[in-house]
Design a protein around this ligand. Sequence first.
Ligand SMILES: [Cu+2]
Length: 165
Amino acid sequence: MCSMRSYAVLAVMCAGALALSGCPADLSNGAADASSGPLEASTTCSDDPLAEMYLPNMKKTGTAGMFTFELVGSDPGPPIKGNNSWTVKITDASGSAVTDAVLKITPWMPLPVGHGTSVHAKATLAGDAYTVAPLYLFMGGVWQVTIAAKAGKNSDSAMFRFCID
Ligand SMILES: [Cu+2]
């Protein structure tokens, strides 16, 4: 949870993740004065209107309308703070599984400062779906996980957005 008492922890984590994130270089001012700046944020994400309720076999049409992305399952499910392993199936317009895609997985925590994670999830083909792991969601709060797939000259992406306790 991105609460006030996690700012010290956040500052340390953001220092490590600075290269790939929008974390401010100096969190000390915001931590000292909670009433100003981008660090003012809800202490919970359960009321985030964009957060989705996790269900196995969640399907999303990609933003390009080319592929369908199915979150077959998260292990554990719903996703937890820490390491997760997702099974993701990608199908084309005809409903056939796309098994030759190169996947790029981008976990992003948009609030309160916006940061990713320095742990890179790898996608491995298992049957007609991909195992995506380790998906390391290291803080409680809203995480959005963007899955981009490129197969031949086709590329598409979809985002799953969950509130992690
Ligand atoms: Cu965070």
